[in-house]
Design a binder for this molecule. Structure first.
Ligand code: F6R
Length: 364
């Protein structure tokens, strides 16, 4: 059932505009321009803090969401790997919400965190793709993604559907808490409604990204940098690349580069710079200039305004559609996934079944 696609991963990347629209359709009322959440038996408005726990790509969706939850709902967010959560003594309580995120709903470490919090009397919300999964059954509030079955081991469409649900959740929580008004809610609904078309436009980047795949596939190591929500996108780019192409890759907050990792940069080290135009652009571009001054080969992923300002001297520039910063991560996910996919193809690795990895990690 790969259709005319070579791999499930490619098919699932291309399905994203449709499944993200499907997922948003379960939360947004486009006529009333409001966000609705599934019913739950506790008072969400009484929540004063959120702990996000997940693994891998799902954790990175949570990392992106932390920016939305803080800026829109003004709610403090802590994030932890599910595998590390158990080694903390989390300060649970009825005013705190544990938010778990999982495609499979079966990841052992994430499930253990859910059970730990519930045993301590804390409410748990779960963003889950498999409706019949254990996490979906055990959560107090189920926030489903509607990505459909994800077959490729590397998570793609589940990730963007998680982002869609988390963005809608942040807007809904903000309304409940009174930190945004109805007008702002409507504006955010309109922005989210634009996301699938912008993601579709981003799929057209396949050709320029393919052209980069050969030179990048010869690299030993690749760095990804970004600021704000582009930082978790840098982490996601690096995770996806190492997972399917076996090239060593790391994501860094752009401003952290000069605190150590810039020592690695030379003419053999490509650096992927994720820098859409906007308030964070100038600072990330100055980090990019530091990389170029040391001979680093830069691939700049930005929008038309960003590239018009700063594409000179880069190895390549990838132009993503210009969208409001709120929905930028959903759109940015597409080139990041395509880059990993095409570099892996150039290397000839088994994209859908990368070595050593399982789709669902049910041991701790
Ligand atoms: C990366 C990837 C993994 C999963 C992680 C969590 O592409 O697929 O990092 O995201 O194993 O799995 P779920 O979401 O099923 O809990």
């Amino acid at each position: 059932e790969k259709g005319n696609h070579r791999h499930f991963m490619e098919k699932e990347i291309h399905e994203q505009p449709i499944v993200v629209a499907q997922t948003l359709g379960a939360y947004l009322d486009p006529l009333a321009e409001t966000v609705g959440l599934p019913p739950c038996d506790f008072d969400l408005a009484a929540i004063t803090r959120i702990q996000i726990v997940a693994c891998g790509t799902a954790l990175l969706a949570g990392h992106v969401a932390s920016y939305w939850l803080e800026s829109l709902a003004r709610i403090p967010v802590a994030i932890e790997n599910a595998s590390e959560f158990r080694y903390r003594e989390p300060v649970c309580g009825p005013d705190a919400l544990l938010l778990v995120i999982s495609q499979s709903g079966e990841t052992a470490d994430t499930l253990a965190a859910l059970r730990h919090a519930r045993a301590a009397g804390q409410k748990v919300a779960a963003v889950v793709n498999v409706p019949s999964s254990t996490m979906a059954r055990e959560a107090d509030l189920l926030l489903p993604t509607h990505a459909g079955p994800e077959i490729g081991v590397a998570s793609t469409k589940a990730f963007t559907c998680q982002l869609a649900v988390l963005a809608a959740f942040a807007v809904a929580l903000a309304r409940l808490r009174g930190t945004i008004d109805a007008e702002a809610e409507a504006a955010h609904v309109r922005m989210l409604t634009e996301a699938p078309a912008a993601m579709n436009a981003a799929l057209a980047l396949e050709a320029p990204i393919q052209a980069l795949a050969q030179p990048l596939s010869r690299a030993q190591d690749i760095l990804y940098i970004g600021r704000g929500p582009d930082f978790p996108m840098a982490l996601e780019g690096a995770l996806k690349l190492k997972e399917i192409s076996y090239i060593h890759a790391e994501g860094y907050a752009a401003g952290e580069l000069k605190h150590g990792p810039i020592a690695l940069v030379d003419e053999h080290m490509p650096v992927i710079v994720i820098a859409p135009s906007g308030p964070r652009f100038e600072k990330t571009i100055s980090n990019m200039a530091e990389v170029m001054a040391r001979g680093g080969q830069v691939v700049l992923i930005s929008d038309a305004a960003g590239l018009a300002a700063q594409a000179a001297g880069t190895m390549a520039a990838i132009e993503v559609p210009q969208v409001p910063s709120f929905i930028q991560p959903l759109v940015m996910a597409v080139p990041v996934q395509l880059l990993a996919y095409h570099v892996a193809l150039a290397k000839g690795t088994d994209v859908d079944q990368p070595r050593n990895l399982a789709k669902s990690v049910t041991v701790e």
